[in-house]
Design a protein around this ligand. Sequence first.
Ligand code: C2E
Ligand code: MG
Ligand code: MG
Ligand code: MG
Length: 292
Amino acid sequence: RAKDLGRNSHHYFNEDMGQQAGEHLRLRAGLRRALEHGELLLHYQPQFDLRSGALVGAEALLRWQHPEQGLIAPARFIPVAEESGLIAPIGAWVLEEVCRQGRAWLDAGLPPLQLAVNLSAVQFKRGDLEATVQQALARSGLPAHLLELELTESLLLHNTDAMLALVRRLKLMGVKLSIDDFGTGYSSLSYLKRFEVDKLKIDQSFVRDLLTDPDDAAIVRAIVQMAAGLGLRTLAEGVESAAVAERIAQFGCDEAQGYHYARPMTAPAFKEFLQRYAATAGLKGNGFARHP
Ligand code: C2E
Ligand code: MG
Ligand code: MG
Ligand code: MG
């Protein structure tokens, strides 16, 4: 009986694996086509300064408009892109598109915003990231200080001389660096200093239950204090309520992003959001300072 069970579970296990491999192959082939046929697009989620209330930036988040499956979230296809090497051309497209879009918004008379791009560790370990960033900036004419590169904490563990040199050259170009999902990895304070990071994005898993979980509150407060001591800015991810926004502001956190303010939206919707925001701020007589 135990043998039967074992054989059965083995059987199901294999079938499951087969299905996963099939899905993986389909996604991989589809991704190649997606890149060539323009099925990839970016959504933008606004970021706010907690003291002034000003809209200060946006994070670009990749989506795949699949012809049959509809909109696919990055969690499903980024891992496939990383394993297949497609992340390099996809990542280059994201950088080009964000810089182009940022420049277009400036040209349309919208106020300057910092635009954040997620980078995969795989992109960082390949040789052409520096050239890709440089080219995206040069072609678009976006000022470098308006581009922010989001790195993952795991990347800081590979603190080889080559990696440090690459980061230094990126910083010399004038781009900003932030650490995404901060608190979930193992990076040490010395790494943060050595990599000349500008901002820590506190992972949403610590922010979500901040009001009810004293451990989460302690962690967020500790990160904010440590960052302040190191001269780094902090942004809380996944802020879903006014109460959480208030608490993190009390902790001294600098910026916030989350459903409480706005969900990620298409570029045209974001432009409308910006215009509406600018008009409201103007009516209140405090320039471009308050979010609606
Ligand atoms: P991330 O960089 O940490 O992005 C934040 C994620 O949280 C986004 O999910 C966003 O839609 C979601 N989010 C924002 N506010 C809230 C909130 O208040 N509550 C909750 N529950 N979620 C919120 P999304 O867009 O599905 O992206 C998932 C991850 O995919 C990103 O996490 C990032 O690691 C990766 N990713 C997205 N775009 C790119 C890209 O262009 N390149 C690479 N390499 N990775 C990307
Ligand atoms: Mg991010
Ligand atoms: Mg992330
Ligand atoms: Mg994050």
